[in-house]
Design a protein around this ligand. Structure first.
Ligand code: C6P
Length: 428
């Protein structure tokens, strides 16, 4: 998993990331990217945490409150009809974006975390008992770990983990002894937020289904960065968050196979999720509203529409291509810097653009603070994947992560900052 590199030149010819993909023009659509941090230009490399928003998204949020604001699914006046139509149009567009699932199968939530909690609480409590098995992987984010740990505590079900190898890739050699006949659910991330690893979800899905298990894919890091088709991966559940793909915060999605969602009890109870209520009786609305109690994040959903338009106009294949080139360049540049250790696969085809690294003995938090003083935003810490970071023998890593508006020049700035940090912290 580790590869230490020493020495190497810092200066290098600036090469464009992807021919035909124009990050400079894209950058102009993101007002925040003109911001200065102190006297430095902002170099935003924390995209796995959240991405920046284009003007079209900011305008949509603004315009919703200026001209359309009304509650959805309730009113008969013009504003209510307009906001309901725009809200449902966002759902329809999102359903298309993940491979053309039915709108009824797409629940609007707050984020990927809430989506997994719905599955663990509603599907899990009904279907999982003592003696059953829940299969996860060693690279899961806490969002796909803690709800299952809680469910296992509650039910007595056992947890089993697909291990990672020395490259940070899932080791499927003993998969048949991990996904067993008593396995009720296999739940894993499509792309690791720490290692960048892209997992073979189609293959694991086939194995899960052959064992009679339900299959959940955490798409928080994949949906923003590559073409996604939940039908092709045969996922029973697929979750993701809008804020990691140009959209507003507070809006996320749970795709669920219709028959499974229909078999589940609601997660929250209250307004809008009912069909009929009497003083001593209530029954539930049809999908997807059965899982959408209370007033949803209307502005968030409507603001996500132009984010999807933006991604669709670039094309997810082109976005993936651009990030592959950026990631290859980042690994090449960082590998030349004395003291840098990069974690996760080096093969660009099997990884995305979240690049975790350590820099000698410099604490990742110190490194992030040092880079911030030069306008460079990265993330440092355990990235909400404590068990994984511990497995790497660490308490924290530094992580740079890329998106559509990043260029090789951002990576040159990062590399220069890291070389400077090495000297600043007394190593050279
Ligand atoms: N990872 C990161 O910096 P929410 O917070 O619900 O939008 O997303 C949760 C989540 C689930 N799965 C994966 C693989 C993730 O990476 C994340 C969020 C961010 O890595 C914030 S901790």
């Amino acid at each position: 998993m580790k590869s230490e590199n020493t020495g190497g030149t810092i200066l290098r010819e600036k090469r464009e990331a992807t021919a035909g993909f124009d990050p400079e023009a894209i950058m102009a659509d993101f007002p925040i990217l003109t911001r200065k941090i102190g006297s430095n230009k902002l170099v935003y490399l924390d995209n796995a945490a959240t991405t920046q928003k284009p003007t079209s998204v900011i305008e949509a949020l603004n315009s919703y409150y200026r001209v359309m604001n009304a509650n959805v699914h309730r009113g008969l006046h013009t504003l209510a009809e307009e906001s309901t139509a725009a809200f449902e149009e966002a759902r329809r567009k999102t359903a298309l974006f993940i491979g053309g699932v039915k709108s009824e199968e797409l629940i609007i939530t707050r984020n990927a975390t809430e989506s997994i909690n719905i599955v663990a609480a509603s599907w899990g409590r009904k279907n999982i008992r003592r003696g059953d098995r829940i299969v996860l992987t060693e690279m899961e984010h806490h969002a796909n770990l803690v709800p299952w740990i809680a469910l296992s505590k509650e039910t007595g079900a056992e947890l089993a983990y697909i291990p990672i190898d020395s490259q940070g890739v899932l080791d499927l050699e003993n998969i048949d002894s991990i996904i067993t006949d008593n396995t009720k659910i296999v739940s894993l991330t499509q792309m690791s937020n720490v290692l960048g690893t892209i997992n073979p979800v189609e293959e694991i899905g086939r194995i899960a289904h052959a064992a009679g298990a339900v299959f959940l894919v955490d798409g928080a890091q994949s949906a923003p960065h590559m073409p996604v088709n939940v039908k092709a991966m045969d996922a029973d559940f697929y979750v993701f968050s809008a804020h990691k793909m140009l959209g507003p915060t507070g809006i996320g999605f749970l795709y669920g196979r219709e028959n499974i969602l229909n078999s589940m009890e609601p997660f929250l109870y209250g307004g809008e999720m009912i069909r009929e209520v009497r003083y001593d009786y209530a029954d539930w609305n049809i999908l997807p509203w059965k899982f959408e109690a209370g007033t949803p994040n209307i502005a968030g959903a409507i603001g996500f529409s132009p984010a999807l338009d933006y991604l669709n106009s670039l094309g997810m294949e082109s976005i993936r291509d651009h990030e592959k080139k950026l990631t290859a360049y980042a690994i090449e540049r960082l590998s030349e810097i004395k003291g840098i250790m990069i974690y996760g696969p080096k093969d660009i085809e099997s990884r995305g653009g979240a690049v975790s690294f350590t820099h000698g003995e410099i604490h990742p938090h110190d490194l992030a603070t040092f880079l911030d003083s030069r306008g460079i935003a990265i993330r440092a810490g355990h990235h909400c994947a404590q068990p994984l970071v511990k497995k790497l023998g660490l308490n924290a890593t530094a992580r740079a992560s890329f998106y559509i508006y990043n260029t090789n020049s951002d990576i040159d700035d990062l590399a220069a900052g890291l070389a400077e940090a090495w000297r600043y912290f007394g190593h050279g």
